[in-house]
Design a protein around this ligand. Sequence first.
Ligand SMILES: NC(=O)c1ccc[n+]([C@@H]2O[C@H](COP(=O)([O-])OP(=O)(O)OC[C@H]3O[C@@H](n4cnc5c(N)ncnc54)[C@H](O)[C@@H]3O)[C@@H](O)[C@H]2O)c1
Length: 336
Amino acid sequence: MKYLITGGAGYIGSTVASALEDNGHTPIILDSLVTGRVEFTRQRIFYQCDIADRAGLEKVFHDHPDIQATLHCAARIVVPDSVASPYDYYHENVCKSMELFRNLNHLGCNRVVFSSSASIYDVVPGFMVTESAPLKPGSPYARTKYMMEMVLQDFCAAYGMRGIALRYFNPIGADPRMRSGIHVEQPSHVLGKLVDVAQGRLPQFVLTGTHWPTRDGSGIRDYIHVWDLAQAHITALTQFDTVFERAGNPEGGYLVINLGTGHGVTVKELVAAFEKVIGRPIPKCEAEPRPGDVAGSFANADTAGRLLGWEASLSIEQGISDALKWGELRSNILHY
Ligand SMILES: NC(=O)c1ccc[n+]([C@@H]2O[C@H](COP(=O)([O-])OP(=O)(O)OC[C@H]3O[C@@H](n4cnc5c(N)ncnc54)[C@H](O)[C@@H]3O)[C@@H](O)[C@H]2O)c1
């Protein structure tokens, strides 16, 4: 079966594309390459196109009228950039997603899986969030994800579409077969920085925020292997109607599912696991939290178990060693 992936030249979209192929399906990639990598689209059906480009989308569906569902991964995702340039983020993420959803509806593709984010949750006592936990997106980026969800939900209620919002926690690792991985040259997330320190691209790891009300004072996250994430997407895409049936076909045609491991890991615990995997300590220091940082959260993933029959299966150590392997191979594939 064919599935459209917007943002399929990015980290998560390209991993889902690989997993779809491994399961005998055909991903159709639509990506403007504004941040994604053409190398991740090689050997794949690829349209270099903006998500808001109506003519471009019409061409995709003209060429592939048998697309079963769309995974909407395309977005700008850098939190500090969203603080500095909110117009760009609201325009690129919210306005353009509105156009995409409308055009998909006009083209008759009414099944949408949406890459949402756990960054829209408020911090709750105990840090574990279910899908009904209070929302409090803390940055312009997170607010764009929240607004995109609201738009999709309203479109589903009004226009006969159906949507599954998958709220991701903290993806780590790479495709275990190393077809793709994190592509940003200077990663802003914790594991990317640890890999850069271990491989000599950064002098030391700066642990930002050590006075949060967590068990060791560092932030708490739910690190999930990107390959586990990809498996959940495959089910959401390929069993889309069954997932709705399992949910009792809710009126409004919109579902929200957390994708996390269900276990919180603090940043200090991640650093310790990283040092264990590489077999040596890394240079590190502590600093104040960055603007917009929060204590964090981790997923209650029961809904994913019930509706997708999915649970995370790869360990944090597997995620770390795949990230390290990708860090070594990246320059051969991406030339930086
Ligand atoms: N990486 C994370 O930690 C994380 C966590 C939670 C949610 N998400 C969500 O997952 C999705 C994918 O994230 P990622 O880490 O793969 O990011 P990424 O930057 O690697 O991929 C995003 C892709 O979207 C493309 N794109 C952006 N704007 C576009 C547009 N207007 N038209 C066409 N293509 C466009 C980019 O070129 C890129 O290939 C995003 O929606 C993000 O909000 C990511």
